[in-house]
Design a protein around this ligand. Structure first.
Ligand code: SF4
Length: 363
């Protein structure tokens, strides 16, 4: 996987004493660092480029986060929800998948952003977890960034994993398409951390997941994490339909479970390609050659295009059958799908989001 190197690091004066600043300095000795008192002004000064979103992956801002770090996952209107919380420790991603929804969500962002006040993040998580000890949380860090793509440069995991590992009522999920797991391997996750990978066949990785780790690199990183005591997760999302997809996805499942022990896999999820009209426009502009914006899709009630329901159900049923051969008892769930699709694929619909969340944490 290609190393990341920004063209500049812009840091707020009050972020200079943080551990992450120290780590960035050490990681990028020959990158210009700019110290600013007014981050907002510098943020807006970065000139718009022809491809502002793509250009925004070349600068990195380090600043204190002023709002709340923890949020309930927004899910998607009318779809079955899995009761998940997210921590936003950074925004934007150094990789560049052609279907990435950040192209719409962070379209105007001129830079990557990392937050320096990890101590505030831990205080906030501590308050939430300690005041609801009877509730079991799943919390992820990969909603508006990749959980591990910046890890070798910022060293976020050694700051937070020891805290989460000591909590009785949480699973922290680190979701990635990278292989950057080195900083995790000497930590003790104490059954409280799931490292998960978004997986696609090699042909999809090569065509539509630019700058990510190859399939083999992801599998080997997962194997190393499992050996180091982490639970694993795999997300087959977005699944792509194309001539030959069945053979490719069946091989993908077999390759993964030839390398890792399914008994230490916490969950598996499935979701098909979905795009809002705005994301479709962004994809066509930034990745005109991608096959993902061709083919028939229907606009669903949540405002996202998906494959026809019958096609989706068929794809999910096949994947569930292949997964069940290798991972007979691992929980499988659908991401952002309707109750009708759940019913057709699994023969049931979770009674509520808490029931689905509880199924996924009953380890
Ligand atoms: S790895 Fe995830 S966050 Fe990064 S570009 Fe791809 S889809 Fe977006």
């Amino acid at each position: 996987m290609k190393a990341f190197k920004p063209e500049r690091v812009v840091f707020a004066a009050d972020a200079e004493s943080s551990r992450i600043f120290f780590n960035l300095r050490r990681a990028f000795p020959d990158v210009p660092f700019e110290r600013v008192d007014d981050v907002q002004t510098r943020w807006h000064e970065l000139k718009p480029q022809a491809d502002q979103f793509g250009g925004g992956k070349k600068s990195l801002f380090l600043t204190r986060h002023k709002g709340e770090f923890l949020k309930k996952c927004p899910g998607s209107s009318g779809q079955v929800c899995c009761n998940y919380f997210v921590i936003n420790f950074a925004s934007n991603c150094p990789m560049d998948c052609s279907y990435c929804y950040l192209q719409e969500y962070l379209a105007e962002n001129p830079a990557l952003k990392v937050f320096s006040n990890v101590d505030d993040l831990i205080d906030e998580a501590d308050q939430l977890l300690s005041s609801h000890r009877r509730f079991f949380f799943r919390i992820g860090t990969g909603e508006i960034t990749d959980s591990l793509a910046l890890e070798p440069y910022i060293g976020f995991c050694p700051e937070v994993i020891p805290f989460f590992a000591d909590q009785p009522n949480v699973l922290l999920e680190l979701k990635t398409k990278s292989d950057r797991v080195d900083t995790l391997l000497d930590l003790d996750p104490k059954e409280r951390v799931v490292v998960s990978w978004s997986m696609n066949p090699e042909s999809v990785v090569a065509a539509d997941e630019q700058l990510t780790a190859s399939l083999e690199e992801r599998i080997q990183a997962a194997r190393r994490c499992q050996e180091a005591g982490y639970q694993l997760g795999f997300h087959f999302d977005p699944m792509i339909e194309y001539p030959g997809w069945e053979e490719d996805y069946r091989d993908l499942v077999e390759r993964i479970f030839a390398a890792v022990d399914s008994r230490r896999v916490a969950w598996l999820s499935l979701g098909v390609l979905r795009q809002t009209p705005a994301l479709r426009r962004a994809m066509r502009k930034r990745f005109p050659a991608t096959r993902l914006s061709t083919g028939e899709q229907v606009l669903c009630p949540d405002g996202k295009f998906r494959y026809f329901q019958a096609l989706r159900v068929g794809m999910y049923r096949k994947m569930v059958a292949w997964l069940r051969r290798s991972a007979p008892i691992t929980p499988i769930y659908l991401c952002m799908e309707s109750s009708e699709v759940w019913q057709q694929v699994f023969g049931f619909v979770p009674a509520c989001e808490k029931e689905l969340g509880a199924t996924l944490t009953a380890l």
